[in-house]
Design a protein. Structure first.
Length: 382
């Protein structure tokens, strides 16, 4: 991986030995945390599950008084928190295998299913495998723009990009549906790179999962409140909308704010472990906030740490973040972090800027880093 972007002081150059040493230090950090996993981590995840269920029960119960506006708002808020916790601090992290070491069926990544229209198995393929293996590699990581957005200057511009802010808004408000359709690779079907026949099993799985979710949120629970059917349906719709906007904002702030870098397949071919770590650090960003904010974000506010160690329990990310930041400072690497407002602002600025024809916008600056690759024997004439 070679990134040739100049800064005021010139680019940072990391030698193969430095990269290998950084990799060893991060491996050691991972091993130390893994060895320390135990009862406190078990208690943490069960406390989150208990809170999530409590918010859901409270929200469902309050819907029986949904004809009172303050109670309806409280019910929506409670259900929104429940869905956010279920998807982000529980579902996302459990399906990453962060709690497989507990050997408990309810927290097993192969069996867990979340409160979302996207089937867990399909999400694990597009996210756990494609995204976390090929993070920010253009034409490999489909999360880099989700197939509809231009999020780097290296991605080709065409006239359809002018509608990008609208596409991003639609994706935000319907985020769970966007996630559901992600594995279909619709843009590749349009380009003729994939056929509808290849997606039959995916579509069947999506119909089954989405059908259950729609039935639950928009038929069964509203019907249980009898004459308040419409109030409950509207409340469930609003809670899903709040969850979608929150999840979109947190995830985009972790991947696309100013300073986050993307890579070509050539730059990342045959990566060493240390080079993979460096790519994760350069291709991710954090969000500052309170402990409660980190919980509500599924600790994806520590996206750098998550990309380095996706299968470590996320409640450990705040603990290791200072050490990761210290390593970045030691090796001169950027540690991209900022408030939610700052990161959201730069994300939407990028969405609007990259929608415009390149000749009309100034080229974006990014941190200057040159990673000196290990050279193969054939390249040095051995």
């Amino acid at each position: 991986m070679t990134i040739l972007t100049e800064t005021a002081d010139g680019p940072l150059v990391l030698s193969p030995d430095q990269i290998d040493e950084l990799g060893r230090e991060l491996d050691a950090l991972r091993a130390r945390i893994t060895a320390d996993l135990g009862e406190k981590d078990r208690e943490y995840i069960y406390s989150i599950i208990k809170a999530q269920r409590g918010f859901e029960v409270a929200g469902r119960a309050m819907m029986y008084l949904g004809f009172l506006p303050p109670v309806w708002l409280a019910a929506v808020a409670s259900l929104s928190v429940s869905k956010i916790l279920d998807n982000m601090e529980i579902g996302h992290n459990v399906m990453h295998g962060q709690y497989d070491w507990m050997r408990e069926p309810g927290l097993n990544s192969r069996q867990f299913e979340w409160d979302n229209v996207c089937p867990g198995e399909q999400w694990k393929h597009s996210h756990n495998y494609l995204h976390h293996t090929f993070t920010n590699i253009r034409d490999k990581d489909r999360d880099l723009g989700y197939g509809i957005l231009r999020m780097t200057e290296e991605q080709q511009w065409n006239v359809l990009r002018l509608g990008q802010p609208l596409y991003a808004f639609i994706l935000m408000v319907a985020f769970e549906w966007g996630v559901m359709g992600h594995d279909l690779e619709v843009e590749n079907i349009v380009k003729g790179k994939r056929t509808f026949a290849e997606t039959k099993e995916l579509v069947r799985g999506q119909w089954r999962k989405a059908g259950k979710q729609v039935l639950k949120d928009y038929v069964v629970f509203p019907a249980l409140t009898g004459p308040l059917f419409v109030h409950t349906l509207a409340g469930n719709f609003t809670a899903n909308l709040v969850r979608n906007i929150w999840a979109f904002s947190i995830i985009f702030c972790g991947h696309f704010p100013a300073g986050v870098q993307s890579f070509s397949e050539e730059e990342t071919a045959e990566e060493t472990r240390g080079e993979w770590y460096v790519r994760q650090m350069l291709g991710s960003a954090n969000i500052t906030g309170s402990p409660l904010f980190h919980i509500m974000s599924g600790n994806l506010s520590h996206q750098i740490e998550h990309h380095l160690f996706p299968d470590l329990p996320a409640n450990r990310y705040p603990q290791i973040a200072p050490e990761v930041r210290a390593l970045c400072e030691k090796y001169g690497l950027p540690y991209n972090t900022g408030s939610l407002g700052k990161q959201v602002g730069t994300v939407w600025k990028k969405i609007f800027k990259l929608a415009a024809p390149p000749r009309f916008v100034k080229k974006m600056a990014s941190p200057g880093v040159i990673v000196m690759r290990q050279r193969k024997a054939s390249e040095v004439g051995v």
